[in-house]
Design a protein around this ligand. Sequence first.
Ligand SMILES: [Fe+2]
Length: 198
Amino acid sequence: MKSDDRRRMYGLGNRLWHTDASFQDPPGRYSMLSARIVPPVGAETEFADMRAAYDALSAEMKAQLEGLRVHHSIAHSRQTLGFEFSKDEQEILKGAIHPLIRTIPRSQRRSLYIASHASRIIDWPVPEGRLLLRDLTEHATQPEFVYRHSWRVGDLVIWDNRATMHRARSFDDATYRRELRRVTTLDIEPPALVASGS
Ligand SMILES: [Fe+2]
């Protein structure tokens, strides 16, 4: 793509810390990336462990976050990079609301659920909500919570969007090709098994 191609510009949003499809309901659960063509330098993907980040919060902060809900919108994350949306586009991209703290069912561990798409905290003044979300993102992306994956051809990486944030790192895409193929599953519970009787 040309450097000013709108699709390329839009894809730059992947360089912000995010969790896949949090602006939808249901959002993404597992994402898988398969590396086919990898540039010789850069282009890593970083992952932040949102369970460890939650565990490291103070008891006071955990209590403050309890029960809060967050509005997520892709229009918001793209606006932070300078994209503009018409009223109609904003209506189509109206986003989704999710709890700020999630409990991962099997492990019962708690996890911060935030992302660049997180636009505001429901029932809070917008600036205060955004400042809290920014503080939490800074906290959660400290080096001790982050794993950086350097891609090799043939790698397949699978992650749980409920318990992580991730971001793409930059590389010289005017010189090198990069081809990673992605699948993301929806965060829905499997249908309950119905006992069949006669
Ligand atoms: Fe992503």
